[in-house]
Design a protein around this ligand. Structure first.
Ligand SMILES: [Zn+2]
Length: 115
C-alpha cells in the first residue's frame, strides 16, 4: 500500500493542490467578469431608458450610480469610455454618506480633490 512518502503520491498531491489553486483563481476571475458584465448591462439600460439623465458620480469615492437603486459600480471611471464620464454629474453615494455621517458630527467633510 502506498504511503504519503511515496514519490507518486507526493507528485499527485502537488498536482492536486495546483489544480485546486487554479480552479479557485478561475472562479475569482469569473465572478469579477460577471460583475463587470452586470455593470455594462446596467449602463446600456440607463442610456436606453433614460438617455437624458446624467449618471451620478460620487465626489468622495468616484464610483458611479447605476439603475434605480443606486447600484454602485466598482469599475473606475477611467476604465469606461470618455463618453460615459461626460454624462455624469457629481453627488454622494450611500456608502460615503453613511461614513461621513459618523466621521463628521459637525457636518460633512468636503469632497477630496477632483481625481
Ligand atoms: Zn462614494
Amino acid at each position: 500500500m502506498a504511503s504519503d512518502s511515496d514519490p507518486l503520491v507526493e507528485y499527485l498531491s502537488a498536482r492536486l493542490e495546483d489544480a485546486r489553486e487554479r480552479a479557485r483563481a478561475a472562479r475569482e476571475v469569473s465572478a469579477a467578469l460577471a460583475v463587470r458584465a452586470e455593470i455594462f448591462a446596467a449602463l446600456i439600460r440607463h442610456f436606453r431608458e433614460r438617455p437624458d439623465d446624467l449618471l451620478l458620480r460620487c465626489s468622495w469615492c468616484s464610483r458611479i450610480g447605476l439603475g434605480y437603486r443606486f447600484v454602485v459600480a466598482d469599475v473606475p471611471l477611467g476604465e469606461l469610455p470618455a463618453a460615459v464620464a461626460e454624462r455624469t454629474t457629481h453627488g454622494i453615494c450611500p456608502d460615503c454618506a453613511e461614513r461621513l455621517r459618523y466621521e463628521s458630527p459637525g457636518g460633512p467633510a468636503p469632497p477630496p480633490r477632483e481625481r
